[in-house]
Design a protein around this ligand. Structure first.
Ligand SMILES: Cc1cc2nc3c(=O)[nH]c(=O)nc-3n(C[C@H](O)[C@H](O)[C@H](O)COP(=O)(O)OP(=O)(O)OC[C@H]3O[C@@H](n4cnc5c(N)ncnc54)[C@H](O)[C@@H]3O)c2cc1C
Length: 675
């Protein structure tokens, strides 16, 4: 490479070297009034990385494995048949298993490690993450969580080693979200001591089932009812064989491939029809209910509703895993977009260097609140993982409900947010963000998109969050322990009237950045939404019945759930700020927390409608958001560097780490140019 070209590239890279110090920009952001742009101090990226990640050894081990196997790092967008992609995913899984990882043990005993693995693998290949989820969280998880000790003993090792690939076959052609509408039958034949599993009509054919089209040898099949032993007892789950060890279909089982999908073609989704398939009575996963040799039913739970909730509650692990993977994808997309925007230069004043596109306020307004949200989501999902681990350890009922709510809400919020964010990150990278190779999968929505739908459609999940908050509200929070993430509503629901007029008009920056104001504002919003929703539902229900009343208020319901999740995110983000001992890292984290909260307050009209935020206060908030975007821009590159995604995993020449010399050389080489 010529010396002149190296000089040009080094100049471009200077712009990445942050904190406003090296930017060639003539365009320092100019907030619309007198909020002075402060420079955040440069922080030590390694300190921030260590603060963020307490499983660095796992990360090093997993990513080193893939450094040794570059042949496995191929992007779906580069063009593979679904068969090639499925084989690639199997190879990845074999390499992981051969290296001594035991994903089933992680999922059963070392939950945090399992979820961390899901997050790490999301940047290798989302199909691999989902394959892991189907095999260990859905199939394996249903066996160990819905079954009893004999099921665990019999299947655990074979599931772990992938000798027994399996499925979780819940969705049917005509019913996905409405699990109570499933139709697959399971009827006990007391003469042969077997269940007869049957698909009554085409609408009940199992659809979209991961691992079914090629690999699956067994499936957990939830069935709502059958005549006989299960009459009126609700949904139960059965282990049903699909193929023998030679891969031939089991008698009575018919499977077809669901074919090419918009993304995730490394997963072999299939459709299954059961025609009177006979399985032993012991194949009922009987942790919550059992049936004896004579067909007598017994359960430690008093009602079908409680059993149904307990059964579905055991599946929350899947949502936690998806939340982690989705945060991983968001970190990858932002790493590329921020690094690229810091070195990409377009336009500039006459006779002066061009400006880094990250110095344009418009680019900052797109990326900086997103970076703040990514950090907030990261800390919130850490809390979710912590609560999940504690729930598994203590089996505490309040925690079970809290984890159910938080996993549903965070899964919905994170996956929707990430899907939108990926598109904006791609746009921020201009044309080069559209190339399959430099972007790898990180700037492509085709595979991350479906995260919004499976493991519970996001709109449906958000309704579950609101339903639980309403239940707590109606019980007036009697005895609700403080450990639950919604316990703040107990105090705030009574205090959901507009704030003191002095506070409503207060525009001082120190007030606007006061954690007490920010938390109070976001909590006020959810409490207010909850309070008014309960009143509206009461009024409408009397006239039109509960179902119609709920749907009349549906948008209100969804707003409440999102508001609750955002208040949890802010609290976790501020807790991280307090926990951070390094003052430089802490200042950056605090700026991110402020930006996240102020952005939400400014963009939600609810605050204005209620006169919680007076017009002049709204203007002051906007000015502060602009200023904070400028401040965070100064440390944006170190903030994404702290995610510490190795270049060989990110596979994005336009998003290489700042220690790499030439952001364009790999890109040029890939297109066939000599360097
Ligand atoms: C790639 C892929 C892999 C999958 N893997 C599996 C698997 O391994 N096992 C398995 O069992 N399933 C699997 N699924 C199925 C998946 O879990 C379902 O598609 C999902 O639960 C959504 O259900 P649905 O398709 O019936 O959507 P629907 O419920 O029909 O939703 C359609 C639309 O209606 C809206 N809607 C539905 N109900 C309501 C409501 N009450 N209020 C407001 N709006 C509503 C939704 O928001 C959505 O916009 C997979 C699906 C895909 C695409």
């Amino acid at each position: 490479m010529s010396a002149q070209r190296v000089a040009v590239l080094q100049r471009q890279l200077q712009a990445t070297i942050p904190a406003g110090e090296a930017s060639s920009s003539a365009l320092q952001p100019q907030p619309t009034s007198a909020i002075a742009l402060r420079q955040l101090p440069r922080f030590d990226v390694t300190l921030m990385e260590h603060f963020l990640d307490n499983q660095l050894a796992l990360k090093a081990e997993v990513y080193e494995l893939f450094r040794q196997h570059p042949e496995l790092l191929v992007a779906e967008e580069e063009g593979m048949t679904k068969e090639e992609h499925r084989e690639l995913v199997r190879k990845c899984l074999r390499v992981i298993l051969a290296a001594g990882f035991s994903p089933m043990s992680f999922f059963a005993r070392d939950h945090a490690k399992y979820f961390n693995l899901a997050e790490l693998l999301s940047l290798v290949d989302l199909s691999l993450t989902v394959k892991l989820g189907v095999q260990y969280s859905l199939w394996g998880g249903s066996v160990i969580n819905l079954g009893t000790e004999r099921h665990r003993r019999k299947y655990f090792d074979d599931i772990d080693r992938f000798r027994l690939p399996g499925c979780f076959a819940m969705t049917e052609l005509k019913h996905g979200s409405n699990v109570a509408g499933l139709q697959t039958e399971a009827i006990l034949d007391v003469h042969t001591d077997e269940w007869i599993v049957n698909t009554p009509d085409d609408g009940a054919i199992k659809w979209w089932i991961g691992n079914a089209a090629e690999d699956g040898k067994m499936a957990t099949v939830p069935s709502p009812d059958g005549s006989g032993a299960l009459d009126d007892h609700g949904v139960h789950a059965f282990i049903v064989p699909l193929r023998d060890d030679g891969g031939a279909l089991w008698p009575g089982v018919e499977i077809h491939d669901c074919g090419y999908k918009v993304g995730l073609n490394g997963i072999d989704n299939g459709a299954i029809r059961f025609t009177s398939v006979r399985v032993p009575r012991e194949n009922l996963l009987d942790r919550f209910a059992t049936v004896d040799r004579s067909g007598r039913y017994s359960s430690p739970m008093t009602s079908a509703t409680k059993r149904f909730a307990a059964t579905l509650g055991e599946l929350t692990g899947g949502r936690v895993g998806l939340t982690c993977a989705s945060v991983g994808v968001l970190k990858g997309a932002l790493t590329i977009a921020v690094r690229y925007s810091a070195q990409r230069q377009q336009f500039g004043p006459p006779d002066a260097p061009e400006v880094a596109v990250l110095d344009y306020p418009s680019q900052q307004m797109k990326l900086m609140p997103m970076l703040a949200t990514c950090y907030a989501l990261y800390f919130a999902k850490n809390k979710l993982v912590e609560k999940y681990c504690e729930m598994k350890r203590t089996k505490d009922e309040v925690l079970v409900a809290d984890v159910h709510t938080l996993s549903a809400g965070l899964k919905a919020y994170t996956t929707s947010y990430t899907n939108t964010a990926i598109g904006i990150c791609r746009e921020c990278c201009g044309g080069h963000g559209y190339a399959a190779r430099p972007a790898a999968s990180s700037l492509c929505t085709s595979s991350a998109d479906i995260f919004q739908t499976f493991e519970g459609d996001n709109t449906v999940l958000l309704q579950q969050v609101a339903a639980l908050l309403l239940k707590e509200y109606r019980d007036s929070f009697r005895g609700s322990p403080l450990a639950a993430t919604w316990s703040y509503l107990k105090v705030w629901a009574q205090d959901s009237l507009p704030a003191n007029p002095l506070v409503t008009h207060e525009t001082d920056v120190s007030h606007l950045r006061d954690p007490a104001f920010l938390v109070r504002a976001l909590r006020y919003r959810s409490a207010r939404l909850l309070h008014t929703l309960a009143a509206r539902l009461r009024k409408h229900s009397r006239r039109v019945g509960e179902f119609t009343a709920w749907n009349k208020c549906l948008l209100h319901v969804l707003a409440l759930s999102r508001a609750h999740i955002e208040s949890v995110m802010l609290v976790e983000m501020l807790a991280a700020v307090n926990a951070c001992v390094d003052p430089d890292c802490r200042r950056s984290l605090k700026a991110l927390a402020d930006l996240f909260a102020l952005d939400r307050i400014y963009t939600d009209i609810t605050f204005r409608n209620d006169d919680y935020i007076a017009p002049e206060k709204a203007k002051a908030i906007y000015r502060l958001i602009e200023a904070l975007c400028g401040e965070v821009r100064g440390v944006a590159v170190p903030l994404v560097d702290a995610f510490a995604i190795p270049d060989h995993i990110l596979r994005s020449p336009i998003g290489l780490s700042t220690t790499s010399v030439d952001p364009y050389s790999e890109y040029l080489a890939a297109a066939g140019f000599d360097s």
